[in-house]
Design a protein. Structure first.
Length: 293
């Protein structure tokens, strides 16, 4: 496999197979649900039992995490009867990885037998009604880097994973969104629960005010630097997807606003909401298997 910075797909089917075989030989878990933990949200794995952890650097072909708040561990475990795998830390374009590398784990999960992917992230609110600490069920997304030619499915299509032209109008499972809404209200989160449109930007800088205003005009409710590539690849290979975004900051839409966003603040809000998010994720997973596609 090529290293950082490749423009289009740099992973062959053999690369995916080798990593899958390695993992299947090193764990007896056969996960049905994968959870991708966003910035500061690695604690989501704490709800699992019978945990077995691998550091990314020890897994053949796996990229490594380079950003604070991303532990860089793959954790297998069980929640009730459901076997799961948690990515404590995911990868970003701004780290210098190609989108093929960013999405590499998703295809590994598919080959391991995963059926459902739960993506989580930290994002900034564009919608002025949102508040810091809100949990947003992702209803839809805008792939801004994709418009500029940065797309994880660029290059020859491998039909073993999916079709050349995947449909994205139902990227986020309606059933799972409904279930997430139910679980959140049962756990007392209705007061800070939202549903909205997430927009991916490449980062690593946070938005200028003019950019933020543009995103608002485009219909975005929140903005972040991840998730969309993983969801696109997951949907391409037939996985069902649920996305939860934690609103960690308000994006400045106004030149008179003095606050400046920074990554430490993002991680701090992650810590503040980690426990409640963990309960939501654990409950969702325990109910996932009894809910069909
Ligand atoms: O999307 P995740 O990785 O959760 O994190 C978000 O927070 C980081 C910026 O603080 C960026 O990585 C952005 O994408």
């Amino acid at each position: 496999m090529q290293t950082k910075g490749s423009p289009s797909c740099c992973c062959s089917f053999e690369d995916y197979n080798l990593t899958t075989e390695w993992l299947l030989n090193h764990t007896s878990q056969r996960p049905k649900v994968a959870v991708i933990c966003g910035s500061g949200l690695g604690l989501l794995a704490d709800g699992a039992a019978n945990k077995q952890t691998f550091r990314y650097q020890d897994i053949p072909n796996f990229p490594v995490s380079t950003v604070a708040g991303h532990e860089g561990c793959l954790v297998f475990g069980t929640i009730e009867d459901t076997s799961c795998v948690f990515m404590q830390g995911h990868f970003h374009l701004y780290e210098g990885y190609s989108l093929c590398q960013v999405t590499f784990p998703v295809r590994i999960f598919k080959l391991m037998g995963v059926e459902t992917v739960l993506v989580t992230n930290a994002s900034g609110a564009i919608c002025p009604d949102y508040k810091v600490g809100d949990i947003m069920i992702i209803k839809d997304h805008i792939n801004l880097p994709g418009f500029a030619g940065q797309h994880p499915l660029f290059g020859p299509n491998d039909e073993r994973f999916g079709t050349r032209f995947p449909c994205m109008s139902d990227a986020y499972s309606k059933d799972l969104r409904r279930l997430a809404g139910q679980v959140c209200s049962e756990l007392g989160c209705s007061g800070f629960l939202r549903e909205g449109v997430y927009c991916m930007v490449s980062g690593p800088n946070f938005e200028t005010i003019a950019e933020a205003r543009m995103l608002q005009v485009l219909g975005c409710d929140s903005v972040g630097m991840s998730t969309v590539p993983e969801v696109t690849v997951a949907k391409h290979c037939g996985l069902r997807v649920l996305g939860l975004s934690l609103i960690t900051n308000m994006v400045s839409l106004d030149y008179s606003r003095e606050e400046k966003v920074n990554h430490d603040e993002v991680l701090q809000i992650g810590k503040m909401r980690a426990e409640v998010l963990q309960r939501v994720v654990t409950e969702l997973i325990s109910r996932c298997s009894i809910n069909t596609h």
